[in-house]
Write a protein that binds this ligand. Structure first.
Ligand code: ADP
Length: 282
């Protein structure tokens, strides 16, 4: 079983010819509302990969919150640990221009009120990211450690984490940008394939670095290597990293070795580039 502790967002996406200058008004085309938030995306991916998956999250007391919880439940996620807090559901305002470039404003909303819960779900693996208060991530790590569960830490959005938290990560899961931030100046003299071993030197128990179309590199106590991703024609890479992390954790919860779990995760990540939006439902 997998427990995901993380964010739930409504993504409000507008396509526009060009982004406005300060003080300027422009007309947008094609407004859409899509489920998002790294916690929701990763829980959806873990459930899709076949794991019994519970999401610990907070949504607002607005219609978006209820709709997102219903969508997650329909996607096979146990939402009984999702709480409703007063105020807005987390929201991402996303402006997309024809060059494919995104400008994003995140309103944390209810995600900022996700506190440690009294009754954590029972799980073989815990998976968290950093769109929720760091105290809650630390509490989840402590709970995982106390119950012998594996703690998977996706350091995304990129921000520095304490050595204590990194030491719990088994694995830490990051893309190349996030890995470079964690490794600092040392990353400049390294090939990305060497990042996982360097992250272990920094304290992580094991490490996985996603390499986009090239798949992912890993290192743990049993060895290290790179696993190629299936070749696809990407339509929209939004949520590929989240699909990867969710499927990876689902596989690790089954107890398979890291390279096998990464092959599963690469399939899920590559798959997620073949549809618009972060999850294959709305
Ligand atoms: P992020 O989306 O967080 O920046 P990556 O770009 O590294 O992370 O993508 C995460 C994972 O998604 C990759 O490890 C791979 O499995 C899959 N993926 C992403 N882009 C592609 C692609 N163009 N072709 C195949 N797989 C991809």
């Amino acid at each position: 079983d997998v427990a995901v502790v993380g964010s739930v967002n409504i993504d409000v996406i507008v396509r526009l010819a060009r982004r406005p200058q300060p003080g300027e008004t422009v007309h947008g085309e094609q407004l859409s509302h899509r489920p998002g938030g790294k916690g929701a995306n990763q829980a959806s991916a873990a459930a899709r990969a076949g794991a019994r998956t519970a999401l610990v999250a907070a949504t607002g007391d607005d219609p978006h919150g209820a709709r997102l919880r219903a969508g997650l439940a329909h996607a096979g996620v146990d939402v009984s640990r999702c709480t409703t807090v007063p105020g807005p559901t987390g929201t991402a305002l996303i402006a997309v221009t024809p060059d494919g470039e995104n400008s994003i404003v995140i309103i944390g909303g209810a995600n900022e009120h996700l506190t440690a819960v009294d009754a954590w779900p029972a799980a073989a693996c815990y998976l968290t990211q950093l769109e929720i208060p760091l105290d809650t991530v630390v509490a989840a790590a402590r709970h995982a450690q106390a119950t012998g569960a594996r703690f998977v830490l996706n350091v995304s959005p990129a921000q520095p984490v304490s050595p204590e938290l990194l030491r719990q990560a088994d694995p830490v899961v990051v893309n190349v940008h996030e890995a470079a931030l964690l490794l600092g100046a040392a990353a400049q003299t390294m090939a990305p394939a060497d990042y996982p071993a360097a992250l272990i030197t920094e304290g992580a128990r094991s490490a996985v670095v996603t390499l986009g179309a090239a798949g992912a590199a890993w290192a743990d106590a049993t060895g290290a290597g790179t696993v190629a991703a299936p070749s696809v024609e990407p339509v929209d890479t939004t949520g590929a990293g989240d699909a990867f992390a969710g499927a990876l954790t689902a596989a690790l919860a089954r107890g398979v070795p890291m390279p096998v779990a990464i092959a599963d995760a690469n399939r899920a990540g590559a798959d997620a580039t073949r549809w618009h939006g972060a999850v294959p439902w709305d």
